[in-house]
Each structure stands twice: as structure tokens, then as C-alpha cells.
Ligand binder design. Structure first.
Ligand code: HEM
Ligand code: HEM
Length: 187
């Protein structure tokens, strides 16, 4: 049965959510550190290589995560009588998050390869660059930067909403994503 049929998140959906969340916290932190950390060229090199290799692997993970979500649907809200603007806002934020986690690694990979730079996957193998294309390279770079900020904002709203559901509304929204149980003890 799919998540939309069971009304909760399966173990696979929960693993997908938490593994990708953790990975994106790390990738955003390292990305902003590369950009604003005042690193020297020498110090930047190996961290950038790690950022690129991990991000490229994540493109595959995220493709699987998003296809899985599309095939499962969403389980619907547990929060009972939620105002309709909140239901709509949560849908909009979830779709925007799913889009952003694809755009980040995709724009990174395209920016690198169309910038004429290869991607070294942890020294195991190299993805060779394409012929340089300045227009695609800068569009991808722009998308990478803008989406990074958008994603940081979306995650802030998303986590605040999860905490609010748990602590203030005291509903099972967060518990369902942690354990798969979709009802509170009293319900
Ligand atoms: C998987 C998710 C990824 C996240 C969350 C992420 C995040 C970030 C962030 C926050 C920055 C700093 C802001 C900026 O200037 O753009 C950045 C920069 C950068 N990232 Fe990523 N990144 C990801 C994947 C990748 C991949 C797969 C590549 C290349 C294969 C890549 C290559 C770069 C490069 C080259 C920069 C420096 C951009 C510049 O100096 O203009 N990133 N990334
Ligand atoms: C501490 C951090 C986080 C918490 C506490 C959290 C909590 C939750 C909860 C409780 C839900 C279920 C919402 C519902 O049933 O209506 C959810 C869904 C979702 N979250 Fe998070 N989340 C976190 C981080 C993230 C991050 C970093 C991302 C993206 C990079 C993300 C993306 C999503 C998406 C796309 C959904 C929709 C369902 C799915 O496809 O998994 N979350 N989150």
C-alpha cells in the first residue's frame, strides 16, 4: 500500500526523508562555508572536491527519493481541523522542497560540466566535462545560488512548522515522520 492509502509514512519514506535532510544540512553548511568562509585557494580545493562528489551522488539519491514520493502520494494531514491556509501552505512548501532538492545537485553538476570542469567522484572515477558553454554555466550557477537561499528559507519555515505542530498543537505530525504512528496516544 502507498503512503496516501495507509495515511502515514512507510519506513522507506521516513528513511528517505531523514537521510536526505541530514545530507542537505551538511551540503548547505559546506556550500556557504566555501562561499563565505574566507578560505585560501589551497584550503578550498579539497573541500570543493568533497562538495562536488557528495552532491553528485546525492543527485541519484534525490532522484530516487522524489520518484518514490510521486509514486506514494502524500498521506494527508493528521492535524484534524487545520485551517485551509495551513493545509495549502504545507503542500506548497513540500512541493517547493522536493523541487529544490533536485535543482541544487542538478545545477551544481551542470554548472561544473558546462564550465569545462570534470567531477571527480572520490578518486574512484571521473565524470568528464562537456564542451564549455558560458550561458548554461552561468544560468546553472545562478540557479545554484538562488535555490540555496530559497532552500535555507524553506527549511526554516518547514522545521518551525514541525516544532509548532509538536509542541503547540500537540498533534502527531512530527511523530508520524519519526515512527510512522499516525495517531497521538489519546486519539
Ligand atoms: C546536493 C546539494 C547541493 C547543495 C545543497 C549545495 C549548496 C551550495 C551552496 C549553499 C553554495 C554556496 C552558495 C553559492 O554561491 O552558490 C554552493 C556553491 C557551490 N557548489 Fe554546491 N551544492 C550542492 C551540490 C553541488 C554539486 C553536485 C556541485 C558540482 C558537481 C556543486 C558545486 C558548487 C560550486 C562549484 C559552488 C561555488 C559556486 C561559486 O563560487 O559561484 N554543488 N553549493
Ligand atoms: C530537523 C529537520 C526536519 C524536521 C523536524 C522535519 C519534519 C517533517 C515532518 C514532520 C514532515 C511531515 C509533514 C506532514 O506530514 O504534513 C516532513 C515532510 C517533508 N519534509 Fe521535512 N523535516 C526536516 C527537514 C527537512 C529537510 C532538510 C528537507 C529538505 C531538504 C525536508 C523535506 C521534506 C519534504 C519534501 C516533506 C514531504 C514528505 C516527504 O516527501 O518526505 N525536511 N518533514
Amino acid at each position: 500500500m502507498t503512503d496516501s492509502q495507509t495515511g502515514t509514512y512507510s519506513a522507506i519514506s521516513r528513511a528517505n526523508h531523514w537521510i536526505v535532510s541530514l545530507a542537505f544540512f551538511g551540503m548547505l553548511a559546506v556550500g556557504f562555508y566555501l562561499e563565505y568562509g574566507g578560505l585560501t585557494r589551497e584550503a578550498r580545493g579539497p573541500i570543493m572536491a568533497l562538495h562536488k562528489a557528495t552532491g553528485t551522488v546525492l543527485l541519484v539519491v534525490v532522484a530516487w527519493r522524489v520518484i518514490w514520493r510521486l509514486s506514494q502520494g502524500f498521506p494527508g494531514s493528521v492535524a484534524g481541523a487545520m485551517p485551509s491556509w495551513q493545509v495549502m501552505a504545507s503542500k506548497a512548501v513540500h512541493w517547493a522542497l522536493l523541487a529544490a532538492i533536485i535543482v541544487m545537485p542538478l545545477s551544481g553538476v551542470l554548472g561544473s560540466l558546462f564550465g569545462g570542469r570534470p567531477i571527480d567522484i572520490y578518486g574512484l572515477f571521473m565524470i568528464p566535462p562537456f564542451e564549455k558553454n558560458e550561458a548554461i554555466k552561468s544560468a546553472a550557477g545562478f540557479a545554484h545560488t538562488v535555490t540555496a537561499y530559497a532552500l535555507a528559507g524553506l527549511i526554516t519555515v518547514h522545521v518551525a512548522a514541525a516544532i509548532k505542530h509538536h509542541l503547540i498543537d500537540k498533534d502527531a505530525t512530527l511523530v508520524r515522520m519519526l515512527t510512522g504512528r499516525s495517531a497521538t496516544a489519546e486519539a
